[in-house]
Design a protein around this ligand. Structure first.
Ligand SMILES: [Zn+2]
Length: 607
């Protein structure tokens, strides 16, 4: 968001001169019990001619469209003399005011009842507002400064990265405003000072809304500080936050969605749960991921989503890096900080490998392709079926294991690490805020390794193409065994099964290449018999499979659109992968392996 930031500096310097030219919003919550907020928007210098206002269709950090226009209604417009004027809905989310005076006021009701990083929630406990989900804006006035005023119940306070000034909360322009989520509640808060190597002092802090004991909060806060230190150690410094402040805006309440959303100077973290104690693990995982974004994505920014477009989906070829490498470092920071054990870290990486290496989508398509699919999967809602289980693999997880492969390769082959690479990317594109193209990432890898050929080969195989690294070998250097532990078990393919009127029905798509898929069975089919065994529960199937070997051919009877069919089902080896340590596998740890692990997994903040 470099452009907006520079612009922000410019605007604040001239703000005094044009102080009256600010779009002003006022919010009140008299009907919070029914999830409504009343919003008024005063616009002082409306350009002549028909004037358009709109709701957003997308939100920063989300890549699909979300149609926020559905939750605003009762829209009215007034001239400065108070007379009501016409306002027409001309598209789902666009409104037109054909005739008006120079200053106008627009009022509307916002409905919101989902606590997460994307939408809005208004209830008697709080208002939790993501800006694109909540505020109308004028496409022709995106550079006009914005100020917001809140009329709140007595106990509620304001938490946001917007700048407080004379009772208002301010943004220099629309892009900054959109990036500044707001939590209004009776929250708990604390802050601490952090210092960069160049002496820059900044404030980091937590805003926590939800049940918490002093003990639980103190434990949580100390762990957040450890995570921050480990991530800072990767880059060597913290980013320079716009007002010298960064805040974790955390909401732990029953019925919340579990979510995290990164912003330039804050993050929204939501989790369901009765209290902090119960949710600490989940929240810390999200903290580790989202905070890493304050370098990777908020400042090391893919050109494809810069600037962000609020009127359509934002497609990017770089999410395997922006989200996937962040996912890897979120996991690694938790391990390095001692919050997760080495075993937990490795088990997670093994689970990710299992999911990607056994995904027909990831076997065929590249991390770039998966990144571009985000416009359909990133909470994009549709009621028709898709074939994602056969063509898609999450760019978070696919990107994570790509980062893992690169990290282990850099360590083994070059005596370098992924930390060295991330630091180089930070210097070239993060600190400078020059948005990157994929070619830039390849070029920096060539510079760090002093081998453009290595970089070219790595990107060609694993980023532009769908080849997979030799994880078995990579793990061996670090003293881990990559294994197919269930290889002797007969397997028909992993599908979800549900019991429907005494029938066992396949309820998820069959995965390409699995025995069920090859036999022609798919979602909706009910398995009624395997050889002579009648099937009436999922347990009958697992019991039957225990009596079989990989390679056996079984006669399956199944109900398909109401008719009984039969097919031959050739059972396969169970391909499940997991990763265990040499110790657990009864193998010896050499001093070389010990050093490799220490370099990779020990705390970098305490080094
Ligand atoms: Zn993320």
């Amino acid at each position: 968001m470099k452009k907006f930031y520079l612009l922000a500096l410019f605007v604040s310097a001239t703000q005094i001169l044009f102080a009256q030219n600010e779009i002003e919003y006022t919010l009140s919550f008299e009907n919070a019990a029914h999830h409504e907020a009343f919003i008024s928007m005063t616009i002082p210098k409306v350009p002549a001619g028909a004037f358009l206002l709109r709701m957003s269709r997308s939100s920063p950090g989300r890549y699909a469209t979300h149609e926020f226009g559905k939750n605003v209604y009762d829209i009215h417009a007034y001239n400065q003399d108070g007379a009501e004027i016409d306002i027409h809905q001309i598209e789902g989310d666009v409104y037109e005011i054909p005739k008006h005076q120079e200053k106008i006021k627009v009022t509307y009701i916002l409905y919101g009842n989902l606590v997460d990083g994307t939408y809005a929630a208004i209830d008697t406990r709080h208002a939790h507002l993501n800006i694109p989900a909540s505020f109308m804006w004028a496409p022709t006035m995106q550079q006009t400064p914005i100020k917001v005023k809140f009329i709140l119940p007595d106990s509620w306070k304001v938490a946001t990265q917007l700048k407080p000034e004379n009772g208002f909360y301010k943004a220099p322009n629309l892009q900054y405003f959109m990036d500044s989520p707001i939590e209004l509640s009776n929250y708990r808060t604390s802050a601490w000072e952090v210092t960069n190597p160049d002496g820059l002092k900044q404030s980091l802090g937590i805003v926590f809304h939800g049940e918490n004991s002093d003990l639980a909060y103190a434990d949580f806060e100390s762990k957040v500080k450890e995570i921050v230190k480990e991530e800072q150690a990767v880059y060597g410094e913290l980013p320079k936050y716009d007002h010298g402040q960064y805040r974790f805006l955390i909401d732990v309440l029953s019925a919340n969605n579990g979510d995290g959303m990164e912003h330039r100077n804050s993050t929204i973290i939501t989790n369901s749960g009765e209290n902090l104690d119960q949710s600490e693990d989940d929240v810390l995982s999200t903290v580790a991921h989202e905070y890493f974004h304050s370098w990777n994505v908020e400042r090391i920014r893919p050109k494809t989503i810069e600037p962000f477009n609020f009127e359509k989906a934002n497609m990017s070829d770089g999410l395997w890096f922006a989200e996937g490498f962040t996912q890897y470092y979120g996991n690694l920071a938790l391990e390095r900080a001692g919050i997760k054990t080495m075993k937990e870290f490795i088990t997670t990486q093994g689970a990710y490998l299992n999911s990607v290496l056994n995904s027909p989508g990831a076997n065929k398509y590249s991390p770039i392709f998966m990144s571009q699919r985000a416009v359909f999967v990133d909470a994009g809602v549709a009621i028709d079926q898709n074939n994602n289980s056969n063509i898609f693999s999450s760019y978070y997880i696919y990107g994570d294991i790509t980062a893992l492969a690169l990290d282990l390769t850099l360590r083994h082959q070059f005596g370098l690490s992924l930390d060295d690479y991330m630091r180089a990317v930070w210097k070239a594109h993060g600190k400078t805020e020059i948005a990157y193209h994929i070619e830039d990432l390849e070029k920096i890898l060539g510079e760090v390794t002093r081998s453009a050929d290595f970089a070219k080969d790595f990107f060609k195989r694993y980023i532009y193409d769908a080849e997979k690294a030799d994880y078995e070998k990579l793990f061996e250097n670090a003293g881990f065994i990559f294994q197919r532990a269930k290889a002797n078990e007969a397997w028909m393919g992993d599908v979800r099964l549900k019991n429907e009127d005494g029938k066992v029905v396949i309820s998820s798509a069959a995965i390409k290449g699995t025995p069920l898929y090859i036999a022609g069975l798919d979602a909706g089919d009910a398995i009624t018999q395997l050889n002579d065994t009648k099937i009436t529960s999922a347990k009958d199937i697992s019991e039957f499979l225990k009596s079989q070997k990989p390679g056996d051919i079984v006669k399956v009877s199944y109900e398909h659109y109401g008719a009984i069919s039969t097919a031959n089902l050739k059972l396969n080896n169970n391909p499940t992968i997991n990763v265990i340590s040499f110790e657990d596998g009864g193998k010896e740890i050499t001093p070389l392996i010990e050093k490799f692990r220490k370099d990779w997994l020990s705390s970098k903040a305490k080094d």
